[in-house]
Design a protein around this ligand. Structure first.
Ligand code: PEP
Ligand code: MN
Length: 335
């Protein structure tokens, strides 16, 4: 971190700033020029509050030269993180396809969809039991019963499960869940992230709808700082001025995150677009762009779905898409 001081800083204030920084454990190198004095801070600056330092009378500007996230940073962990779920792995060159309904609606529905997506090549079953809905009058999910039905579908197909948690108190219900999803609306629910950092199941963090890459990586950092290194990032579209699609899919997230972090990157074209006919082209583009996997909503009867029918693929459409995704993944290895 670099602190640029105003001209002729008050000596006492400068000394007390330097002592305060040294007390925080950082080494301070001061460079005194004819006009400006610059402090170079070396060491662990992650706990320093830039806003607080910038607000001091003698300070003109403060610049971070190092990212505030450490555990998630590729600089300190060059190898890709690979998450091993027993029957499948996420990251490190494999293609993960998470598919299933937005919400679990009945045993018959979730088991039928699970069997269909498995036959088409999905590697994981998704399905919401606890649903974060914009309206309190919309279907809120089946809750604990939904998780029980997901377990049945897992037993029937062998597919590992990814499903969303909305609050800490739900964790004891997640015993049979393989990957715990944190939804876009909870990306900065720091208490929830801390709770998930203190347990050992993999956690998939969806990007908040107006969150920067750094804020998103800091959410991953919350989980990792608690000791749980198994974190997956999922881009699901961000909010822009465009209203034609539900959100705007930020495919630049793939190469940007690939550079900044070693964590696996999943793309969700279903929530990003809100429209079933846009899912396939963006899913193929995501694989071409180097994503580690996809999250795709599939429903056996989209017009009657209790949630997100408009963006859900029918099993036949998913089957056709999954074939293309594996072909694109193989093709990318030949380039
Ligand atoms: C979901 O995956 O079911 C979901 C609610 O997504 P998001 O948090 O991205 O809106
Ligand atoms: Mn959904």
């Amino acid at each position: 971190m670099i602190v640029i001081l105003k001209e002729n800083p008050n000596r006492d204030q400068l000394e007390s700033l330097i002592h305060w920084l040294q007390d925080k454990g950082v080494t301070v190198h001061s460079t005194v020029g004819s006009h400006k004095t610059i402090l170079g801070l070396v060491g662990d600056t992650s706990s320093l509050d830039i806003g607080l330092i910038s607000a001091l009378d003698i300070v003109e500007n403060v610049k971070r030269v190092q990212e505030p996230y450490k555990n998630a940073n590729r600089k300190f962990h060059p190898e890709d993180t690979v998450i091993d779920l027993g029957t499948t792995t996420i990251g490190g060159g494999s293609l993960t396809i998470m598919a299933g309904p937005c919400s679990v609606e009945s045993e018959q529905q979730v088991v039928a969809i699970a069997k269909a997506v498995k036959a088409s090549g999905a590697t994981m079953l998704r399905g919401g039991a606890f649903k974060p809905r914009t309206s309190p009058y919309s279907f809120q999910g089946m809750g604990a019963e939904g998780l029980r039905l997901l377990s049945i579908a897992k037993k029937e197909t062998g597919l590992p499960i990814v499903t969303e948690i909305m609050e800490e108190s739900q964790l004891p219900l997640f015993d049979d869940v393989d990957v715990i999803q944190v939804g876009a609306r909870n990306m900065q629910n720091f208490n929830l992230l801390k709770t998930l950092g203190a347990q050992n199941k993999p956690v998939m963090i969806k990007r908040g709808m107006s969150s920067t890459y750094e804020e998103w990586l800091m959410s991953a950092e919350y989980v990792m700082a608690g000791g749980n290194e198994q974190v997956i990032l999922c881009e699901r579209g961000v909010r822009t001025f465009e209203t034609y699609t539900r959100n705007t899919l930020d495919l630049a997230a793939i190469p940007v995150l690939r550079k900044l972090t070693h964590l696996p990157i999943i793309i969700d074209p279903s929530h990003a677009t809100g429209k079933a006919d846009l899912v396939a082209p963006l899913a193929v583009a995501a694989v071409a762009g180097g994503a580690d996997g996809l999250l795709i909503e599939v429903h056996n009867d989209p017009p009657r779905a209790l949630c997100d029918g408009a963006q859900s693929l029918r099993p036949e459409a998913f089957d056709e898409l999954a074939g293309k995704l594996y072909k694109m993944h193989d093709f990318m290895k030949t380039l």
